[in-house]
Design a protein. Structure first.
Length: 363
């Protein structure tokens, strides 16, 4: 089986080679430059021809004419110019973006980012005026504790990317939550990847399931979160719970107009308690007023001073798991005035928490 990293390197090199030419070039000329650029030995012309045809299928190159003996194909570049030139200030910004994504759990296989990371570091190290360790001069982070990422197989991400690119179904062996350690198999169509909360989630449509005999969920049984919701349904799966990925022999069509940002798709990735935004009213202490006046909770929020020195915040916002976690994290400085369902949720959670601290823990 061909090494995917080598294939991607060859095709990236072909893009750069063709972008350098204003006129169409024959395959042998392009092949010779490719071999010289990558130090390829015993690399055959036919493979270069196939790579160029693959780039033609995605609209990045075009075969424009043939020479008089009808054997040498000519190719011209159609894509945008490829330019990784960065100013030092741009490199610092990009370095922070890469670090921030990694800190918040956006993991990627090393080979995906190592060239870009190395290029950024090289640009920053070449600044002629000052020489120091940029890692000690710029950082990213969050006030919240970020959980350690679940461990997944990078090869699984590659398989999902390929399936998305080529519109292929997959056969996924999975370890569902709340299934007693039983593995099952999903024949599914991968639809999107979501990087959040230190994990990677696969949005998918499951056509069929295969369970060990006697382990099938009972009809109508509640499924564990982040597992299949049953045959013929959408779901979200955790990449670190994927055991194996193979090609599926089943035909599974793409759903029309799928959007991972839609409310339907997001429901599988997080808890959303209502279809429509709620009218939220909060009473804020001074610290939260300062924070939310500079970092609004929602667009078009309104802050109004109250007679007791506190502030009232009003906004229209979806009632999500994230909103409720924010309110509970700041429960000592926020009183939920409306809607009643969120006020009751925070009240009950605070009462439960207080009951844990009613007495000192048993030694």
């Amino acid at each position: 089986m061909e090494n995917k990293s080598e294939l991607y390197d060859r095709r990236d090199c072909l893009r750069k080679i063709l972008a350098d030419y204003k006129e169409a070039q024959p395959t042998p000329v392009i092949h010779k430059r490719l071999c010289a650029a990558l130090g390829l030995e015993n690399h055959i012309l036919k493979t270069t021809q196939r790579d160029l045809e693959a780039l033609e299928r995605i609209g990045e190159v075009r075969q424009v004419r043939q020479d008089s003996d009808q054997r040498a194909n000519f190719w011209v570049w159609l894509g945008p110019a490829l330019d990784l030139t960065l100013l030092p200030t741009e490199a610092v910004t990009l370095s922070a973006m890469l670090d921030h994504a990694a800190r918040l759990g956006m993991q990627a296989p090393a080979q995906v980012l190592q060239k870009l990371r190395a290029h950024v570091d090289k640009v920053m190290s070449r600044v002629p005026f000052r020489k120091f360790d940029w890692a000690k001069r710029i950082t990213t982070g969050t006030r919240f504790t970020v959980l350690k990422a679940g461990q997944f197989d990078p090869a699984h991400v590659d398989s999902i990317h390929d399936a998305l690119f080529f519109n292929q179904p997959l056969k996924v062996t999975y370890l569902p939550r709340d299934a007693g350690g039983v593995e099952c198999v999903y024949h599914l169509k991968p639809l999107a990847l979501s990087y959040q909360d230190s994990n990677i989630y696969l949005s998918a449509y499951v056509l069929e399931e295969e369970w060990p005999e006697g382990c099938e969920p009972q009809p109508g049984a509640r499924r564990g979160k982040y597992s299949s919701n049953g045959p013929g349904t959408f779901c979200a799966l955790m990449l670190h719970r994927v055991v194996a990925i193979e090609d599926s022999s089943l035909y599974i069509p793409d759903p029309e107009d799928f959007d991972v940002n839609s409310l339907e798709a997001q429901r599988h990735l997080m808890t959303i308690h209502a279809d429509e935004p709620v009218e939220l009213r909060l009473r804020l202490g001074a610290n939260l007023h300062n924070r939310l006046s500079e970092n609004p909770l929602a667009d078009q929020q309104v802050l109004t001073p109250l007679a007791d020195g506190k502030w009232e915040l009003r906004c229209s916002i979806l009632d999500t798991q994230g909103l409720r976690l924010f309110l509970l994290a700041n429960a000592d400085e926020i009183e939920v005035l409306a809607p009643p369902v969120i006020r009751a949720h925070v009240r009950d959670a605070v009462r439960q928490a207080a009951s844990f601290y009613a007495e000192d823990p048993t030694p």
